[in-house]
Design a protein around this ligand. Sequence first.
Ligand code: E4P
Length: 260
Amino acid sequence: TVVVADTGDLEAIRQYQPQDCTTNPSLILKAAGLSGYSHLLDEARALGDVETAIDQLTVRIGTELTRLVPGYVSTEVDARLSFDADAMIEKARHLIALYAEQGVGRGRILIKLATTWEGVQAARTLEAEGIRCNLTLVFSQEQAVAAAQAGAYLISPFVGRITDWYKKHTGTADYAPDQDPGVQSVRGIYRHFKTHGYPTVVMGASFRSAAQVRALAGCDRLTVSPALLGELAADTAPLEQALTPVPATATEPTLTEADF
Ligand code: E4P
């Protein structure tokens, strides 16, 4: 399992030295406060153009992050565009162009898109242009399969948000790791991808506990917050492989919007 840091916090990246890191607008805003970039937001607020400011901030911090991690920096397209494929494509190209101005090539960036049907279509176009995508907010096998069939480089199936939903709606206080609905969802997607030979990377995300991370050890990648990376680093129990390799034995038909 490749460990990825779910943060834009430069200090945490220096401390944990992950392979990749994943960001989103709220992590970027948090990192801006921590990394001395908040003046960019103040300047743009004065211009009344917060969208430009967020893009600039995202790429400025993202550029710093590319200097600290050897692998990919995931950079998210604003979720408000999630039901407009053309707008997502345009924003992704814009972010890649801003990175290029900073001397960062597209090979270092994963464009993070919500896994709506429109997000999947945007990923198909971007991947064909050589812009790699991280399809996020994956809660179901159908979303995961549609993303893989569109040629997405990576998907981020969520653990915590699924488990939070189940806890809230069933009144369950806590789940044992093997019974955790978020863990089970990601395990199912991982098994399905390997069984069907999809090359798309499966990266478990949205963790609420170190136990959930441990329950998915063996997954292609896991993106974990600095707080949980700290807990895992402090725990001396060895990380046991919870997922085992599955040989590819089947293929399946291409999903359509109706299946989705
Ligand atoms: C990672 O890519 C996601 O942005 C992150 O794990 C989301 O986690 P959350 O459910 O805590 O927002």
